[in-house]
Design a protein around this ligand. Structure first.
Ligand code: NAD
Length: 245
């Protein structure tokens, strides 16, 4: 479904991002994954190689615009286009406001919002020139419902939806589609780090009776990245088993 496409995926070393890396590669995209550290990127690539999935990796600081510009330029020089960007890297929060420092709040915004802006701003000139491109953002079900603690996380994901809908309107004239996937609770490290008391009551509210698997989410990304979604832009696609928190 993605033959010949060059795709950059941030937060591609584990969880949802890693599953997107695998699925896009199986669908014949040339995938470049970004992670936060050299060790995790190297380890992820080694594991993928064992499964005969050949990808390249970088570990830029997503808040360093110049560094991102240089890397994307290098990728474009090597492969000739930047067709798909998946802004997936993200961190969450669960502390009550009294226990959340301004620094912790800013850290979430830095990665979930500012880094997404940086990556998008870097790839857009290439996509405009190509008159073609797909930008996909990882939102969350908390971008619709909020959550009872950890206010920085839903605040950041509401911003993701705002960026998605606004850029879809701004960039449609260049044949650049911008969409987001809003996963429900998904079986990754992000969730295994949360307290059981927080997760178990949530599962009971999910009509499909289970949490999502990374492949459930990656399938939605594949659809939105592919020509099957050629007339879809500005959409926040919920993939959450109809969970309502
Ligand atoms: P995860 O913790 O397993 O993976 C997070 C990824 O982000 C990793 O690849 C990591 O390298 C990267 N990352 C973390 N900090 C980084 C930094 N400072 N710089 C660069 N990269 C960094 O999490 P996940 O569950 O796979 O989450 C992926 C995305 O899905 C996030 O945007 C998250 O908000 C979203 N999401 C997750 C769930 C869930 O239940 N797991 C639900 C809704 C949305």
């Amino acid at each position: 479904m993605l033959e010949g496409k060059v795709a950059i995926i941030t937060g591609g070393t584990r969880g949802i991002g890693l599953e997107i890396v695998k699925l896009f590669s199986k669908n014949k995209a040339k995938v470049i994954l970004f992670g936060s550290r050299k060790e995790t990127v190297t380890k992820a690539i080694e594991k993928l190689n064992e499964e005969n999935i050949l990808v390249e990796g970088y570990y830029p600081n997503l808040n360093n615009y110049n560094e991102l510009e240089n890397i994307v330029k290098e990728i474009n020089n090597k492969y000739g286009s930047i067709d798909i960007l998946v802004n997936n890297a993200g961190i969450s929060a669960n502390k009550k406001i009294d226990d959340t420092t301004t620094e912790e709040f800013s850290n979430i915004m830095d990665l979930n919002v500012n880094a997404m802006f940086n990556m998008t701003k870097v790839v857009v000139p290439y996509m405009k020139k190509q008159n073609n491109g797909v930008i996909l953002n990882t939102s969350s079900m908390v971008s619709i419902y909020g959550q009872p603690s950890g206010v920085g996380y839903p605040a950041s994901k509401f911003a993701v939806n705002g960026m998605t809908k606004s850029l879809a309107r701004e960039l449609g004239q260049y044949n650049i589609r911008v969409n987001a996937v809003a996963p429900g609770i998904t079986n990754t490290d992000m969730v295994s780090n949360l307290p059981k008391e927080m997760i178990e009551p949530l599962i009971k509210t999910i009509p499909l009776g289970r949490i999502g698997e990374p492949i459930d989410i990656a399938n939605a990304f594949l659809f939105l990245a592919s020509p099957m979604a050629s007339y879809i832009t500005g959409t926040i696609l919920s993939v959450d088993g109809a969970a309502r928190s």
